[in-house]
Ligand binder design. Structure first.
Ligand SMILES: [Zn+2]
Length: 86
């Protein structure tokens, strides 16, 4: 039986469809029993979809799009972090 740590390590390969046979089966068995890992993999899939969308677009196309809003939100969060501490 895989541990949650094993699943976390293999989540990338799972999302990329690189797991096959017994590896895939073991992971799916763990996901069937473990809600925490299901949520983890779901979240990771969403995050990767977003970053793929952002990376696929040239920067000038991002303005006014959903990705552009996320981008400016992230840089605002980054600024807050930098000005917040010390
Ligand atoms: Zn788990």
């Amino acid at each position: 039986m895989l541990t949650c740590k094993d699943v976390a390590h293999r989540a990338d390969a799972l999302i990329d469809g690189e797991l096959t046979g017994w590896d895939l089966l073991k992971l799916q068995m763990h996901l069937a029993l473990c809600g925490a890992c299901r949520r983890f993999v779901d979240q990771m899939r969403v995050t990767r979809d977003i970053s793929r969308t952002v990376l696929a677009l040239p920067p000038e196309d991002l303005k006014g799009t959903e990705a552009g809003r996320i981008d400016s939100l992230l840089s605002r969060l980054h600024d807050q972090k930098q000005h917040g501490g010390s």
